[in-house]
Design a protein around this ligand. Structure first.
Ligand code: ADP
Ligand code: MG
Length: 267
């Protein structure tokens, strides 16, 4: 069964889009069927996938507001072997219009139901706020992957996000859990980063991925070439780090699947 992972952190510039695009590409490179959903009106994940956000036939606006199907809005030609549902400024209107519709937080979940089992992974790139689009993502998702920079205020922001997830769990999505916390733009020579990283591990234990994404200029350059980093510079530390993350995500999910399988009865 497919797994839906929302990439969320209400803070901007922490590496959500970079993680969404490069995790999607890395999982797709392991022959998994992957759908990437750009839910941010800035459309950065769309552009980074080699798709011109101004020339798309449909975005998640059509999916969420006009109730077009995934088949109608999906873009299959991307630079990363994954399928894409795009975003551009039209999606700003979706956020406002969602406030007026019935079961407004359920729209994305409903739209994804017919394809959930077709894809192995559906990755959602959330906007940098806890708005109705993000609530839709978290209602549809099985889990939330939280990218964060190891800075002074990062833990405070993380606590706010965890509170929101806990509240949503009790209201709209009982099963929502933390997929993992990812340290991004990491510089091991920075003492503060190391301190925050230690605190994070003490607090969240094995929810913190062992894979760490280093600061790497190739990761920042790749989007302007409309490409995931692995197809822009496959030997870069950024490309290797996201491949390692994909491996960790796959291993963790295999373990959970095995743990959920009923043990055969002894006769
Ligand atoms: P968000 O989606 O959370 O706003 P982005 O993924 O867009 O964050 O990242 C913010 C900026 O930092 C972008 O310009 C991106 O290219 C750059 N960036 C992200 N991760 C890295 C990294 N590991 N090394 C260097 N630059 C990065
Ligand atoms: Mg972003």
């Amino acid at each position: 069964m497919g797994k839906i992972i929302a990439i969320a952190n209400q803070k901007g510039g922490v590496g959500k889009t970079t993680t969404a695009v490069n995790l999607a590409a890395s999982l797709a490179a392991t022959k998994r069927k992957v759908l990437l959903i750009d839910l941010d009106p800035q459309g950065n994940a769309t552009m980074a996938s080699g798709v011109d956000k101004y020339k798309v036939h449909a975005t998640c606006y059509e999916l969420l507001i006009e109730e077009q199907s995934v088949e109608e809005v999906v873009i299959k030609e991307t630079s990363g072997l994954y399928h894409l549902i795009s975003a551009n400024t039209d999606v700003t209107a979706a956020e406002i219009k969602l406030m007026e519709v019935y079961a407004r937080e359920q729209r994305l979940k409903k739209a994804l139901a017919p394809v959930k089992n077709y894809y192995d992974f559906i990755i959602i790139d959330c906007p940098p706020s806890l708005n109705m689009l993000t609530v839709n993502a978290m209602t549809a998702a099985d889990s939330v992957l939280v990218p964060m920079q190891c800075e002074y205020y990062a833990l405070e922001g993380l606590t706010a996000l965890m509170d929101t997830i806990t509240k949503l769990t009790s209201v709209v999505n009982d099963d929502l859990h933390i997929e993992g916390i990812l340290r991004t733009m990491y510089d091991p020579r920075n003492r503060l980063a190391n301190d925050v990283s230690e605190q994070l591990k003490r607090h969240f234990g094995d929810k913190v991925y062992r894979s760490v994404i280093p600061r790497n200029v190739r990761l920042a350059e790749a989007p302007s070439f409309g490409s995931p980093v692995m197809y822009y510079d496959k030997s870069s530390t950024g490309a290797k780090a996201y491949l390692a993350l994909a491996g960790e995500v796959l291993r963790k999910n295999d373990l959970t699947k095995k743990a959920q399988q009923p043990t055969s009865s002894v006769t």
